[in-house]
Design a protein around this ligand. Structure first.
Ligand SMILES: Cc1cc2nc3c(=O)[nH]c(=O)nc-3n(C[C@H](O)[C@H](O)[C@H](O)COP(=O)(O)OP(=O)(O)OC[C@H]3O[C@@H](n4cnc5c(N)ncnc54)[C@H](O)[C@@H]3O)c2cc1C
Length: 605
């Protein structure tokens, strides 16, 4: 095959993914004068980022002046159970305020305080009101602003274009083969560097807040190109997804509901979170309803209510209540804001939640409680990168946003993803620019490499028998939901791994016999190649971590083990297949360690 027949587009830097991370990275590259292209599986503005509700975390100190980067850093490390990459958490806490202000300069209109500053709301795990927000539609405002700004920077956007695989030249990035979803035609992007910004992979589970696009493509492509994945065992189950009706099970109910005063009740009407306060957080959490009520009324001496403990803690607590027979009728818990706030307040601060429940469940949340339960929400793990420039171990390949790992450790705090996208999107742009400017060799995309990718993809179209890709996807989701869920055991994980191994051959045997044009079965079949990689990576890493930490709960290894802090788990491709192994964590600089373990009094002000 001669690839001169294939449409070819050239850019200095190609960004894969048009969410907050990808667009921010592309802006950086374009502003430095490099030819920058951005491709996205769906339309510009439709990425996951648009779905973000509650807000973006940054220690602006607008609502409580005691806040500062050190406390944000401390909260992030504690939330991540100290497994975060220290340098990433430091850069994130230090740079988030500038990225938020920059967004404002570019036109984002955040909610305001009475004296005209950017308003900030409370969220789980954040000591102070820290989330800049626009009602519960923050992601929409962020993506709108970035999108409006980016189209004036000379960036070429290629929409409904799905990346299939990276093309390497002697181990370095030389291009990316993609296809147009509308026509099914292939397109080769020749490029000196790729910034992966494809988001997570929630679609490997049955109950998830993620949309159809989140099939772990960036992780799959990077893995096949030799990059390592890190922290894959840490998959976040958000405590509050809708549980009823079945057709909407998993759709997110923002943590903003609890941040604005919502409480969790079991079927007996008990506010059960008071029974699940971990020792580590006890000194900073209210121990009575009376104290929690004072906190809500604005008493700065009162401690935060237990509903605002980190997501891993709240999700497990709901699961325990259900298992004890105290769940709501549809297997969750009740989330009540109606008894705490006026209807006017709820409609103003949580308009999307109001409409979501009204439209989808015929429930008026200003009057009745919502029914909620855990839903797979976010990948803490992802492509392993250098903390300062986001470069992977594959030369020319960078990653940022949810598809990159390391920043959030064992558990992400709400609001820390949107700030992560902007901070590390910019740094990935800087890193890629530096790499491209120092590149001396000419890069070649070899015919044989391109034809290999094309042959694999088109085999699915040519075959007229095999497995149905939709049914295989369903089977994979059942395996992950039942074997690699919110609580795990060696036996369950191992059995899950065996089942994944079995469906690998089904995945290699899927067929979508038809033309490549408008062929969603083919699109689904191609996504499966990435879904199986992330599923296996999560399962292998989860088997290897024999302790319970953050979002990873092993009931056969209860509690955190001291040595669990000494390593991260990486996953990589070898000649013998996928390998998960422990790597030693670096010793943090003393200054950072002191901050992470300091008392609040030492850091305030
Ligand atoms: C309902 C919901 C509410 C949330 N609320 C908050 C919140 O309040 N605060 C917070 O901090 N976080 C929140 N999050 C998390 C946060 O929104 C995401 O983690 C974040 O937006 C991810 O951004 P990203 O730029 O990494 O990727 P995304 O925004 O997920 O964008 C990924 C992009 O990659 C593209 N893509 C994927 N695969 C391919 C491929 N093969 N080829 C080409 N393009 C591809 C997609 O089309 C898309 O353009 C929420 C998440 C959800 C689901």
């Amino acid at each position: 095959m001669d690839y001169s027949d294939i449409q070819t587009i050239e850019h200095d830097i190609l960004v894969v993914g048009a969410g907050g991370a990808g667009i921010r990275a592309a802006i950086e590259c374009a502003q430095q004068g490099l030819s920058t292209g951005i491709i996205s599986k769906s339309l510009l503005g439709k990425a996951h980022t648009v779905m973000a509700e509650g807000g973006i975390a940054a220690s602006l100190g607008n609502v409580d002046s005691r806040d500062n980067w050190k406390i944000h850093f401390r909260d992030t490390m504690r939330g991540g159970k100290f497994l975060n990459q220290w340098r990433m958490a430091e850069l994130h806490a230090k740079q988030a305020p500038d990225r938020v202000r920059e967004l404002e300069e570019w036109g984002a209109v955040f909610d305001r305080t009475d004296n005209g500053l950017i308003n900030q709301r409370n969220f789980g795990g954040h000591r102070y009101p820290r989330l800049a927000h626009v009602g519960d539609r923050t992601g929409l405002e962020i993506i709108r602003t970035l999108q409006d700004f980016c189209i004036h920077q000379g960036i070429s956007t290629h929409m409904e274009c799905t990346g299939l695989d990276i093309v390497l030249d002697d181990g370095r990035v030389a291009g990316l083969l993609a296809y147009w979803r509308e026509t099914g035609r292939f397109v080769l992007f020749k490029t000196k560097a790729i910034i992966m910004a494809t988001g997570g992979g929630g679609k490997a589970w049955k109950v998830t807040s993620n949309s159809w696009e989140y099939t772990g493509d960036g992780l799959g492509m990077a893995y096949r190109a030799g990059a390592e994945l890190i922290d894959m065992e840490f998959t976040q189950f958000h405590p509050t997804g809708m549980v009823w009706p079945p057709s909407v099970k998993g759709i997110l109910v923002t943590e903003g509901v609890r941040g604005d005063g919502g409480i969790l009740l079991n079927s007996e009407g008990t506010r059960f979170m008071f029974n699940y306060i971990p020792e580590k957080f006890a000194s900073e959490t209210a121990d009575s309803e009376e104290e929690a009520a004072r906190w809500l009324a604005g008493d700065k001496e009162a401690r935060r209510p237990p509903e605002l403990l980190t997501r891993d803690v709240v999700a497990r607590s709901i699961k325990k209540e259900v298992e004890a027979g105290r769940g709501s009728p549809n297997g969750g818990a009740f989330l009540d804001i109606a008894s705490r706030r006026s209807a006017e307040f709820i409609k103003h601060k949580l308009p999307s939640m109001y409409h979501q429940f009204k439209e989808l469940a015929e429930i008026d949340i200003t009057v009745e409680p919502m029914e909620v339960g855990p839903t797979l929400h976010y990948f803490m793990g992802g492509i392993r990168v250098n903390s300062d420039n986001q470069q992977t171990n594959t030369p020319g390949l960078f990653a940022c946003g949810e598809c990159a790992g390391g920043m959030h450790g064992a558990n992400r705090l709400g609001g820390n993803s949107l700030s992560d996208l902007l901070v590390f999107g910019k740094l990935a742009g800087d890193g890629a620019i530096q790499y491209v400017n120092s590149l001396m060799t000419e890069l070649i995309c070899k015919n044989e490499d391109i034809s290999k990718i094309i042959k694999k993809a088109t085999a699915i179209l040519k075959s007229d028998e095999g497995e149905n890709p939709y049914l295989v996807h369903e089977e994979l989701q059942n395996i992950m939901q039942n074997h690699v869920g919110i609580v795990r055991t060696e036996e369950e994980l191992q059995s899950g791994l065996n089942k994944l191994d079995k469906i690998k051959s089904d995945i290699n045997n899927v067929f979508a016999h038809a033309s490549a044009q408008y062929n969603p079965g083919w699109n689904e079949a191609l996504d499966l190649k990435n879904l199986i990689i992330i599923s296996e990576a999560v399962t292998r890493a989860a088997i290897l971590r024999q302790e319970s930490r953050g979002a990873h709960t092993r009931i056969d290894f209860e509690g955190e083990q001291k040595e669990g802090l000494d390593y991260n788990i990486i996953v990589k491709q070898t000649d013998k297949g996928m390998l998960a192994e422990k790597i030693k964590r670096e010793t943090p600089p003393k200054e950072l360690k002191d901050i992470a373990y300091a008392s609040l009094e030492e850091l305030e002000g």
